[in-house]
Design a protein around this ligand. Structure first.
Ligand SMILES: [Zn+2]
Length: 205
């Protein structure tokens, strides 16, 4: 399966290299059946079920992403169908004009290249998501206020480093990003505690 068509649920699972019919949850390391052994029989429904039952907050995020991707593909289809009708029109153009048409197309693709370099990433872009998680972690670890994302200096720095990135809103940080980090942390701590033989607690005063 190519990366582009892979379900966003796979961000949270690894394939079990010893048994391809199983997927391993990245949060709790539980092995989840993929519903069959051959490619055609495999589905993501068990993986989705697991996320829904065990990690509901993350699951909701996946669902949001899926909706977003669907809208994006629909948009692309519309663009594709418009360009086809354009080509049909071009074929009616006489031979002498067709050279101009080709030059125009070349010019256009170069133009598109330039635009793509400056085009803002959509929120489904993996690198954008990773940067957002890092900003969330920075807020938690450095005990920064959520208003960091509206600070002029910080905004300027990020814009300089990555002009294609759009700063997350405070709402997105508080409602999605930080709960996600919390959930990941909690599971990690629970895993560490489960592995420990002894625990000792100390308090101040
Ligand atoms: Zn899990």
């Amino acid at each position: 399966m190519s990366k582009a068509t892979k379900s966003p649920i796979w961000d949270y699972f690894d394939t079990d290299e010893n048994n391809r019919s199983k997927a391993i949850c990245k949060f709790c390391k539980m092995k989840v059946s993929r519903g069959g052994t051959s490619g055609k029989k495999m589905t993501t429904s068990n993986l989705r079920g697991h996320m829904k039952a065990k990690h509901i907050k993350v699951f909701q995020k996946v669902e949001d992403l899926k909706c977003f991707k669907k809208i994006n593909t629909e948009k692309k289809n519309v663009i594709a169908s418009t360009s086809t009708s354009k080509e049909n029109d071009n074929s009616k153009v006489s031979v002498s004009n067709s050279v101009t048409v080709i030059i125009d197309q070349k010019h256009q693709s170069k133009h598109e290249e330039t635009i793509n370099k400056h085009r803002k990433w959509t929120s489904s872009e993996q690198r954008a998501q990773k940067i957002t998680m890092r900003i969330g972690e920075m807020i938690c670890v450095d005990i920064q206020p959520y208003s960091l994302v509206t600070d002029q200096g910080f905004k300027k720095l990020i814009m300089y480093l990555e002009p294609r990135y759009t700063m997350p809103s405070r709402k997105h940080l508080t409602e999605t990003v930080v709960p996600l980090i919390y959930e990941k942390m909690k599971i990690q701590i629970m895993n560490d505690v489960a592995k420990a033989d002894f625990l000792s607690f100390t308090t101040d005063g």
